[in-house]
Design a protein around this ligand. Structure first.
Ligand code: SF4
Length: 370
């Protein structure tokens, strides 16, 4: 971390009441029996048609919600693709299985659509750890910096940002900003911010939030596991601590991890991200073995054990109920949504240019330009 960053960190206390994970764990739904499970799936299929709705599920939610989304013409993906898919799909209702900021992002991009979520209390430690008042004060203290925030933030925090990023495009966007002379104010994930700072050399001041899942991966125990599986390749999400990232054969977003697992010449992988990913990894790579990176061991302080309690709150019963009764609709204040849309649209335009092989850097203004 740079000297500047060291002087400008904001520490986040994860034991604050709003971020205690036990409230989420007690609300994780009980697994339905086989008959109830089949009934619920049938009911959801029928309601999706009747309500002109589509399911958009994150890689970390229950496998049933992933499979059902794909089977019914919806999507399973990372937060960037979820946002893009929801915006472009013709359905008038989106059922977003994931955490709160994903529903809010969908509403910001599709204000005329109804956005339903199985669980409105499904939060994210990054979002909870970056309240708007403290974040605004941080921005006010650094008026010369371009504000780059991660997707895992509230609509109000996004509305203070110049650019939004997800883990699948953060490196490219910060590199483009750095190349045009921008100094960065980064929030909220400290590990991803540090990783990007090391990769790009950008001048970044950091908010010091973290993901309660990825923060728990342990380098010492990972080394022991690697010793037991010498042929295994190690895939790491960049929200993990630097000493875990340093052991990786590939570092990247959930989509990048899927791509690496498909393309790398190995039969065995150790994976440091939420274990909800294992469903898709195993489904797409029959014959390959995927092992969870350790969160336990002598240095463990585990609050999550490689699974996000807020993601785990999403279940079939709740999806059927919100669809049937129109419950849990997401609302975002229109003025906040309009301002928050600017950094999201910038990110989507940048990533579309990258994907199309165009000069995405041209979308970044030189510092001092209007
Ligand atoms: S896995 Fe981490 S980053 Fe993702 S929603 Fe849960 S707490 Fe937030």
């Amino acid at each position: 971390m740079s000297e500047v960053a060291m002087n400008d960190v904001i520490e986040v206390d994860y034991e604050q009441p709003a971020c205690a994970t036990q409230h989420a764990w007690v609300r994780v739904p009980v697994e339905p029996g086989p008959q109830r499970r089949a009934e619920l799936k049938d009911k959801i299929r029928r309601l999706l048609k009747e309500r002109n709705a589509v399911m958009v599920s994150h890689y970390y939610v229950h496998p049933d919600l992933q499979d059902l989304a794909e089977e019914t013409g919806g999507l399973v993906s990372d937060s960037l693709e979820m946002a893009r898919f929801g915006r472009d799909h013709a359905a008038t209702t989106l059922v977003v299985s994931g955490v709160r900021f994903m529903g809010e992002t969908a509403k910001i991009l599709s204000p005329d659509k109804t956005i339903l979520m199985p669980e409105l209390e499904a939060h994210c430690s990054l979002d909870l750890g970056c309240p708007i008042d403290a974040f605004s004060a941080f921005c006010d203290a650094h008026p010369d910096r371009t504000v780059v925030v991660y997707a895992n933030t509230s609509a109000a925090v996004k509305a203070r940002a110049d650019w939004l990023v997800t883990s699948s495009c953060a490196l490219e966007i910060v590199a483009a900003l750095h190349a045009k002379g921008h100094k960065i104010l980064w929030a909220p994930d400290k590990h991803l911010g540090d990783y990007i700072q090391r990769q790009t050399g950008a001048d970044m001041v950091m908010w010091q939030g973290s993901c309660i899942v990825h923060d728990e991966f342990k380098a010492t125990e990972l080394q022991a596991l690697m010793h037991d599986h010498p042929q295994a390749k190690v895939l790491v999400h960049p929200e993990s601590p630097a000493d875990v990232i340093a052991l990786a054969d590939a570092v990247g977003s959930t989509s990048a991890i899927l791509k690496a697992a498909r393309e790398m010449d190995a039969r065995e992988f150790i994976v440091a991200t939420d274990n909800g990913m294992m469903h898709k990894l195993r489904m797409l790579n029959p014959g390959k073995t995927f092992i969870e990176a350790p969160t336990a061991g002598n240095s463990a302080t585990c609050k999550s054990c490689a699974h996000c309690p807020w993601m785990a709150m999403n279940g079939l019963e709740a999806v059927a109920q919100v669809l049937e009764q129109g419950l849990n609709a997401i609302h975002v204040d229109p003025a906040t949504a309009a301002r928050a849309r600017l950094p999201i649209d910038r990110m989507l335009a940048f990533t579309a240019a990258l994907k199309g092989g165009n000069d995405a850097g041209a979308l970044v203004p030189n510092i001092g330009a209007a």
